[in-house]
Design a protein around this ligand. Structure first.
Ligand code: LMR
Length: 424
């Protein structure tokens, strides 16, 4: 019996093998590596002991190792003791997490929280928040087709918005001649954009340039957005990483809310809590009142359910435990400051080595003027190629350096490498 089944089963296979086999996927072309994550893949293949990965924005300690925060370790220990179950979260996530995440972003004393008018959903980190946000705009914002992002912006912003059906334009942001902000160009572009345009803003520690508006400039940006009836979409992936102070880094977001903008926000805990692989973030919508919040909540659920049903719970419980336990929150705030300070000290050292040890005649003020995880070095794609092939230093094509990948032991080597590829 078995052998007769086997014989019948083999027949079609034999027939297929006898004709020329053409796979269904024959015409699928090889895609390019990701502009940021592809750098890590290339770095991993390099066998040089001097190699440096300055591509992806992921914090490393001064020994160049991934850093798990003490507050996070303690929260996990506590969670083990609680014997938590692994049940599904609701569609919009773990409530104790979303409540604490909203308060961290908008402020404990924010009226959007006390008046119960913040619709907030846990998301698959910042990327997931942006995608839910883009889907939400596409479904419910009548002018969603007009969205503008800074030039340059985080590379993933563009496909996230496009894949959700939105089309993008860029507004002037970076001034190559000063390696700083072109505020006049930015205000002019925002002024010229069609009324009710969605304006994507990096709340702090702009990625990739490390250039943020000053408080006065934020006030000007808020004013033009208001005058034109534009709609602000904040991306806050680095709260705490710019200045070392989470309250200070939330200035722009909170100022816009205080001025009556109905902002939406993508928030991430990847960087400031070191929870890269846990994928914890949130998407939130400032509503007019509690009744409106309830309607928006219901629509967020309708968007999220067919995408991934409900978010993973482990990372959300970590964040919730840290933010809702006063001692752990205090310890965490100190650790955020420590990470930001280490990056700032690397900026000073890098510039110092370039100017004083290697006598570079180029201007490197921007290394210390820029803030957050990245330095937009001004290196050309050719120089980026050369620093990779000759010095085993890996960064993105646009010359962005992830400062978090530099340590006391390799900062001088990096300065020497940068000086060599930029001196002619
Ligand atoms: C980066 O810009 O390097 C980070 O935001 C990581 C990523 O996913 O691109």
């Amino acid at each position: 019996m078995l052998s007769s089944i086997a014989r019948t089963t083999f027949k079609p296979t034999t027939r297929i093998a006898s004709r020329a086999f053409v796979s269904t996927w024959n015409a699928v072309p090889q895609g390019p590596p990701d502009a940021i994550l592809g750098v890590t893949e290339a770095y991993k293949k390099d066998t040089s002991p001097n190699k440096m990965n300055l591509g992806v924005g992921a914090y490393r300690d001064d020994g160049g190792k991934p850093f798990v925060l003490n507050a996070v370790k303690k929260a996990e220990q506590y969670m083990i003791g609680q014997n938590m179950d692994k049940e599904y979260a609701g569609i919009t996530g773990v409530p104790s997490f979303t409540k604490a995440a909203g308060a961290l972003a908008y402020g404990d004393d924010s009226s959007v929280i006390s008046e119960n008018r913040l619709a907030i959903a846990q998301s698959i980190s910042g990327t997931g928040a942006l995608r839910v946000g883009a889907e939400f705009l596409n479904a419910w914002y009548p002018h969603a087709k007009n969205i503008v992002v800074p030039n340059p912006t985080w590379g993933n912003h563009i496909p996230i918005m496009k894949n959700a059906g939105l089309s993008l334009e860029k507004y002037t942001y970076f001034d190559k001649s000063t390696n700083g902000l072109n505020i006049d160009g930015m205000l002019e572009d925002l002024h010229k954009a069609p009324k009710n345009t969605v304006v994507l803003l990096h709340a702090c520690a702009h990625n990739p340039t490390g250039v943020d508006p000053t408080k006065e400039q934020w006030d000007q940006i808020s004013q033009v957005i208001k005058e034109r009836g534009h709609f602000p979409f904040f991306d806050m992936a680095y709260q705490g990483f710019a200045s070392g102070d989470c309250t200070r880094d939330a200035y722009a977001l909170r100022k816009f809310v205080a001025e009556g903008h109905q902002v939406i926000l993508a928030q991430s805990f990847a960087k400031n809590m070191g929870l890269y692989g846990e994928r914890v973030g949130s998407f939130s919508v400032v509503c007019a009142d509690a009744e409106e919040k309830s309607r928006i909540d219901s629509q967020l659920k309708i968007i999220i359910r067919p995408m991934y049903s409900n978010p993973p719970i482990h990372g959300a419980h970590i964040v919730s435990t840290v933010l809702n336990t006063p001692e752990l929150k205090q310890e965490w705030l100190g650790e955020v400051k420590h990470m930001a300070d280490r990056i700032i000290s690397m900026r000073t050292k890098l510039r110092n080595h370039l100017e004083n040890d290697f006598g570079s005649k180029k201007s490197w003020n921007h290394i210390t003027d820029q803030i957050g995880m990245f330095c937009y070095s001004g290196m050309t794609p050719q120089q980026v190629e050369k620093i990779k092939s000759d010095w085993h230093v890996y960064l993105t094509q646009d010359g962005r350096i992830s400062m978090a990948g530099i340590s006391s032991s390799n900062v001088k080597y990096l300065a020497e490498a940068i000086h060599n590829v930029t001196k002619d």
